[in-house]
Ligand binder design. Sequence first.
Ligand code: GDP
Ligand code: MG
Length: 370
Amino acid sequence: PETITIQELANRMSERGVDVIRLLMRQGQMHKITDVIDADTAQLIAEELGHTVRRVAESDVEEGLFSADDVDEVKLPRPPVVTIMGHVDHGKTSLLDALRKTTVVSGEAGGITQHIGAYQVTSPLGGKITIIDTPGHAAFTSMRARGAKVTDIVVLVVAADDGVMPQTIEAIDHARAAGVPLIVAINKIDKPSADPQRVRNELLRHEVVVESMGGETLEFEVSAKAGTNLDKLLEGLQLQSEILDLRANPDRSAEGNVIEAKLDRGRGPVATVLVDRGTLRVGDIVVAGCEWGRVRALVADNGSQIKEAGPSVPAEVLGFNGTPEAGDRVAVVENEARAREITDFRTRQRREKLAARGAGAGRSLADMMR
Ligand code: GDP
Ligand code: MG
């Protein structure tokens, strides 16, 4: 049900909180300023104080922001977005670095890549692959908890000299819960103590059946350190992506997700965005969570400025008025007024939710004292 704190209601009417409390008291309700009242009561109070009430539902404000697929929209193949997961010390960071060094799409040969939260490489088969630059499960789960689905494929790194460990199992569970296919990278095969078959057997116990055991999960024996079979792994990612038939319409206003965001001393708020439909362009007005801005510049993973970013192309977005949060959904809107309307509404909602939580805690404490 819709609720509002007395403070917020008073603020919106430009009335004093005590006058609202007094009116409620006259109706036999005892409240303090931080208490939450329901929308009907709030409307009664507002009308009593001579205000006209226009109740705005979330659906009114957010309508059209994330539109459904158009029946005859043309969807073109898009690169897969890949996250690397696995147990600590099994080689996630090493693999990220090694893959990045192979072929960075947008960089000149030997060019230095920036850390922007994601980067793109080319598989030996020619397809592009977008790799999220933050290893680990925290990023994956926190984004998923916020409803963002940013990953198409999980690369599960298992060290061949160590085998399946607790965080390996955790990663399998996360991928399964998200409905995201796994590709297994059996890492550190350069080590004399490496035992890749043991890894396969242990994975089987967790119902991950790799290809060489008759299953459907692609597996590759790799060495992040020696660079062994990284090309095979990239090919595997492209093949898996083709099986998934990932597509998006680049020809519409952009929507996507914030992968990373920070406040940069020189550049102001910087958000790394992965577009999942449409094309984001310099000059677009964007909203992300409670923040909005006009895209002043787009920066690619090699540090160069680009004019647009289509589906699965990672780009830093400059021009937000505040710093959004990782996992925030991004959308282009028609104008600044619309951006303000949406972000003001969301900011109010967030404030009310926080207040409601605070007031709720107060009430239950009071209940306990009774
Ligand atoms: P993470 O915790 O999963 O990110 O693992 P790291 O990438 O930090 O690697 C942990 C350790 O394993 C480091 O000392 C790496 O140098 C080492 N390592 C990673 N990959 C390989 C590999 O393929 N072969 C060998 N021999 N060592 C590796
Ligand atoms: Mg690491």
